[in-house]
Design a binder for this molecule. Sequence first.
Ligand SMILES: Cc1cc2nc3c(=O)[nH]c(=O)nc-3n(C[C@H](O)[C@H](O)[C@H](O)COP(=O)(O)OP(=O)(O)OC[C@H]3O[C@@H](n4cnc5c(N)ncnc54)[C@H](O)[C@@H]3O)c2cc1C
Length: 267
Amino acid sequence: MASAIFEKSNTLGLYAMNVPSEFGGAGLSALETMMVEEHFGHTIDILARRAFRNVYEVHFGCDEAQRDRWLYPCVSGDRTVSIAITEPEAGSDARAITTKAQKDGSGWLLNGRKHLISDGLFSDFFVVSAVTDLSTGGRSISLFLVDKESPGVVAARDQNMMGLKGTSHVELFFDDVHLDADSLIGELESGMRQIRTTLGRVCLAQVGARSVGKSAQIMDLAVDYARTRKRFGKSIGEFQMIQSMIALDTMKLGSGLYDTTSSGGWS
Ligand SMILES: Cc1cc2nc3c(=O)[nH]c(=O)nc-3n(C[C@H](O)[C@H](O)[C@H](O)COP(=O)(O)OP(=O)(O)OC[C@H]3O[C@@H](n4cnc5c(N)ncnc54)[C@H](O)[C@@H]3O)c2cc1C
C-alpha cells in the first residue's frame, strides 16, 4: 500500500516536498511544508515516512559530484537515508559527541557509536556527525556520508519505542570505517550549522505541525464519542463538564496551530 501511495504522492509533487525544486523536489516553503505536515498528523507516522518522505536538509550541502550518489536518489525515492547525531551521552547537547573521524591518508577513519537512529534498519546510508579535531575537546564537528554496507558499520539493536510502530530506532557502531575524502559534506567543522538546518524543519514541521494534526485527529474522535455515547438518557456531550473540556482543548488546539504556522511563516 505504501508503494502505491508513494507513486501518487510522487506524481502530485508531495514526495520530498521540502526539497528545493532545483534538486527535483516539490520546493514547498516552510509554511506550506507545515500545512502539509499538519495533515500528515491525521494519519500514522510510518505511512507519512514511507509515502511522503522528507529528505534531510543536511544533504543540500552536498557538492555536485556528491549529489548524484547521495542526494538525487533520495529525492526520487530510490535510496533512504537516516541522520545519525545522537549518542547515549550526547542528545540535546549534540556537541558532546565522542564519535570521531581522524585523517587517514586522503580520507578518514570513523570510530564511535550512535543510538535512537530513526529508520536505521531500513536506510541505505547515514549522515553521521563526528569530531574531526580532537584538540578542541569535541567542539569541531563535521558531517560524513556513510554507506551502510561499508566494512565496520553495524546497525545493531532496534530500541523499542512506545509508539511509532513500523520503523526502527537503532544503535549504530562504527569500527575503523574508512571513508573517502569525498564523504565529507560541506566544509570541515561546519557540522553543527548544517545540523541546525535539518533540526529547524524537523522541530517546526515534523514534530510541531504534525503533533497539531494528531491532536486534531484525537479531538475529532473525542467529539464523535461525546456525540454518540449516551448516559442518563442523553449524549454525554450535552453535559456541561464535557462541553467545557472540549471547548478548552479546542482553544489549545487553535493556539497550537497558530503558534506552529506563525513560526513557519517567519522562518
Ligand atoms: C522517536 C525518536 C526518534 C529519534 N530519531 C533520531 C534520529 O533519527 N537521529 C538522531 O540523531 N537522533 C534521533 N533521536 C534522538 C533525539 O535527538 C534525542 O532523544 C534528543 O536529542 C534528546 O536527547 P536525549 O534523549 O539524550 O535526552 P537528554 O539530552 O538526556 O535530555 C533529557 C531531558 O532533559 C531535558 N533537557 C536537556 N537539556 C536541557 C536544558 N538545557 N534545559 C532544560 N531541559 C533540558 C530534555 O528536554 C529532556 O527532557 C530520536 C529520538 C526519538 C525519541
